[in-house]
Ligand binder design. Structure first.
Ligand SMILES: Nc1ncnc2c1ncn2[C@@H]1O[C@H](COP(=O)(O)OP(=O)(O)OP(=O)(O)O)[C@@H](O)[C@H]1O
Ligand SMILES: [Mg+2]
Length: 250
């Protein structure tokens, strides 16, 4: 469903190449994990796919369900089914969490020519999903992420994902900062969304997340490229031996 070919990306206002030929295919129904040293370009890949400003694609392509997503505006990508759970979720003062989510859900439905969700239906669904993630009513009313703890922000990202029901879910280090119980909640939330028509790209540094969200495929990214692809055993290898071996091959 996601096809990335030879993707080269540089910073827009600096002569710095970050992605140097990424090839990656995520099939519907599959969970692909990306691991890799700090600064190897994992977040950059997620930003470029979701349409963040400041990056210039100098070569290669990326399609979602056959559609060239690099040509689309960020909101069009979202409507096409792309979702990114940020490594560092942003605070949006003045915008209530629930209001934000309801606008997002309905904007996407509208863009897809679907009927908007009624207030009562929306309330029912969000209350249920928030409960599963142990996000209390008070957090739904507060401004988006403002004053949320690190772990609360990460759980809130998963709530957004659960409400938007994207086709491709990218999780950028969603496990960082989570306590063991929250890690379980978040993993359960992700696993509940696994389905034959949905793909996942899970960026993480730690095998322990992949004990909960068992990946079908694991990729190692180093210096702007995917340098090795394998099964779940690859993540255990990294946990045991670090990245030295992969840095040499990069
Ligand atoms: N706006 C920017 N200005 C300068 N350098 C940047 C910018 N954005 C990214 N970079 C650089 O690009 C490289 C890749 O960064 P990126 O955040 O994608 O790494 P990462 O693999 O996600 O690392 P981590 O595991 O630490 O999250 C880094 O060297 C980073 O400093
Ligand atoms: Mg990162």
């Amino acid at each position: 469903m996601l096809d990335i070919k030879n993707l080269h990306v540089k910073l827009e206002d600096e002569d710095k190449q970050i992605l140097k030929g990424v090839d990656l295919t995520v099939e519907a129904g599959k969970v692909h994990a990306i691991m890799g040293p700090n600064g190897s370009g994992k977040s950059t890949l997620s930003y470029v796919l979701s349409g963040r400003e400041g990056y210039e694609v100098t070569d290669g392509s990326a399609t979602l369900l056959g559609e060239d997503i690099l040509e689309l505006e960020p909101e069009e990508r979202a409507a096409a089914g792309m979702f990114l759970a940020f490594q560092y979720p942003v605070e949006i003062p003045g915008v209530g969490n629930m209001t934000f989510l309801r606008s997002a859900v309905n904007a996407q439905r509208k863009a897809r020519g679907e009927e908007e969700m009624s207030s009562s239906e929306f309330l029912k669904v969000i209350r249920e999903k928030a409960k599963d993630l142990k996000i209390d009513q008070d957090m739904l009313k507060r401004p988006v992420n403002v004053g949320f703890s690190g772990g609360e922000k990460k759980r809130n990202e998963i709530l957004q994902m659960a409400m938007l029901e994207p086709k491709l879910c990218i999780l950028d280090e969603t496990d960082s900062g989570l306590d063991v119980d929250a890690m379980k909640l978040v993993s359960d939330g992700v696993n509940a969304l696994r389905s034959p028509d949905r793909g996942f790209l899970v960026i993480t540094h730690y095998q322990r997340l992949l004990d909960h969200i068992v990946p079908d495929v694991v990729h190692i990214m180093s210096d702007g490229r995917i340098v090795k692809t394998g099964g779940p055993e690859l993540a255990r290898e990294v946990e045991a031996n670090g990245y030295a071996e992969f840095k040499e091959t990069a």
